[in-house]
Design a protein around this ligand. Structure first.
Ligand code: URA
Length: 476
């Protein structure tokens, strides 16, 4: 909703109902642009401040309107959520250009287009952070979270949380506005303070356990930590209560570790497994159950986490759970898993001594009738899930990681890898350990001609035999 008025200085003043009032901006902007009102003749305001100063005789409905490209509508819907006070005026200026040139938005060198795209990117980043960092606490059967976004994104995030937590009753409190879902209806209320949100519950304990257990002072990378989890959000995240004290004591702990290994009879390891790896892994898996890092969590039945001993010298990484894995909650139990098991047996690798997981932890599918058809995860989904894979690798510290297929190879290296070129010799991962790339068992299952299928199966066996021999060499 918007109100249009003529000010005493002849500027047209538009009052929008809220800082993210997209509909209000769109209605007013359409009418103004159709009437040819120049950008500098409009003053955009929010709320009810001083409306009585101005007359209400400005035109409400203007002359013929004009179509705008869909991507402009998407851009505007994002940009109105930004906290930049000039956002409405900037969008209006671009709308005027589009009236004369439908392709104005395609000019990526145009400073106005670039500035608006930058605002859009910031809003999207803020939304992404909100999806990842909101932490609910249960209070009397209702889940309540406090979150402080940088931009006016709380209403915009509502559909994500409704989709993700449809069956829960929840509230998200933020300084500007609060949103509440009762399982059927979404309502809105006034903003709130952090003090109004509850704090402290059993989940907090699992995160704390996890962080305390995995913290390895020798591998402290404060920059990377801050990038992954900007400090601004720490106050709402229980796990971060430990970060400052752990960083503060890191140097001393590193020295203690060095001193400890100097007298130890154990062969030196490139990297130490964290003290309480099992507790950390339990906490990690617990948290992965409610992962919302990407949208795949919505339709999938459950998170399928990795399994196997944390001392495993070999870690296998597949693509994502299939239909059967999604139902069973375990990796590689369906048809691809059966082929995988048979090949492991043939190559002399005992699956129970290995750690098996997937690059993406939720099943991505397209429903077709009663069937769910596998759909390949995209790079955004692989990148979102990489965090879990990295935590698993940090706990297991495998000497050899085997990427089963291109998705796993991308997750491990961050690059597109051609299997045919990469197989047969190890790549070196960032932590110095070896990564062997081979095909995914599903690739073999999908080959229609029996001869070719057998050939590919034999190559897969050959790859895994090499892996076994290398693991034996490294164990000597
Ligand atoms: N395919 C995979 O990549 N992983 C599984 O767990 C099952 C099938």
């Amino acid at each position: 909703m918007s109100r249009l008025a003529v000010s005493t200085t002849d500027a047209l003043r538009v009052t929008l109902a809220a800082p993210d009032d997209f509909d209000g901006w769109r209605d007013a902007a359409r009418n103004l642009a159709a009437s040819g009102v120049p950008a500098d003749a409009v003053a955009w305001h929010i709320g009810t401040e001083e409306p009585e100063l101005f007359g209400s005789d400005a035109p409400k409905r203007a002359a013929a309107q004009f179509p705008v490209p869909r991507n402009f509508v998407d851009l505007a819907a994002d940009v109105v959520c930004h906290s930049d006070p000039e956002r409405f005026a900037l969008l209006y200026a671009l709308l005027l250009r589009l009236r004369d040139n439908r392709h104005a938005l395609e000019d990526e060198a145009d400073p106005l287009v670039r500035r608006l795209q930058k605002l859009q990117k910031a809003v999207r980043r803020d939304l992404h952070k909100m999806h990842a960092f909101v932490r609910f606490r249960e209070i009397d059967g209702r889940f309540v979270a406090f979150f402080e976004p940088e931009h006016h994104i709380v209403r915009r995030s509502a559909s994500f949380f409704v989709g993700r937590f449809t069956n829960m009753r929840w509230s998200i409190l933020a300084p500007d506005v609060s949103i509440h879902w009762d399982g059927e209806i979404l309502t809105e209320g006034p903003g709130a303070t952090r003090a109004e949100a509850p704090s402290g519950d059993p989940f907090e304990e699992t995160w704390r356990t996890y962080y305390a257990s995995i913290f390895n002072p020798a591998r402290l990378k404060v920059g990377a930590m801050l990038k992954e989890m900007p400090k601004k959000y720490w106050r709402n995240m229980p796990e971060t209560a430990l970060v400052q004290p752990l960083i503060a004591s890191a140097r001393q702990r590193e020295l203690d570790m060095i001193a400890g290994s100097a007298v130890s009879q154990e062969p030196p390891r490139a990297v130490e497994r964290p003290g309480n790896a099992q507790a950390a892994w339990d906490a990690l898996r617990e948290q992965a159950r409610t992962c919302t890092r990407c949208d795949l969590c919505g339709p999938a039945t459950q998170t399928v986490f990795g399994e196997g001993p944390l001392t495993a010298p070999i870690m296998f990484i597949g693509e994502q759970p299939g239909d059967q894995e999604d139902l069973a909650g375990r990796p590689f139990v369906g048809p691809a898993g059966q082929l995988f098991n048979a090949v492991l047996e043939e190559t002399g690798i005992d699956r129970s001594t290995t750690y098996v997981t997937n690059a993406v932890k939720h099943f991505k599918f397209v429903p077709r009738g009663k069937r769910r058809i596998h759909s390949k995860p995209d790079t955004g989904e692989i990148d979102a899930c990489r965090w879990w894979v990295e935590q698993e690798r940090a706990l297991v510290l495998p000497q050899i990681t085997v990427a089963l297929g291109a998705t796993a190879a991308r997750s491990l290296t961050g690059k597109s890898i051609t299997i045919g070129r990469a197989r047969g010799a190890p790549l070196t991962l960032a932590d110095g350990s070896e990564c062997w790339v081979t095909v995914h068992p599903s690739f073999i299952l999908r080959i229609p001609e029996e001869d070719r299928r057998e050939e590919e199966r034999a190559l897969f066996v050959q790859d895994l035999k090499r892996v076994r021999m290398r693991a034996e060499e490294l164990a000597e």
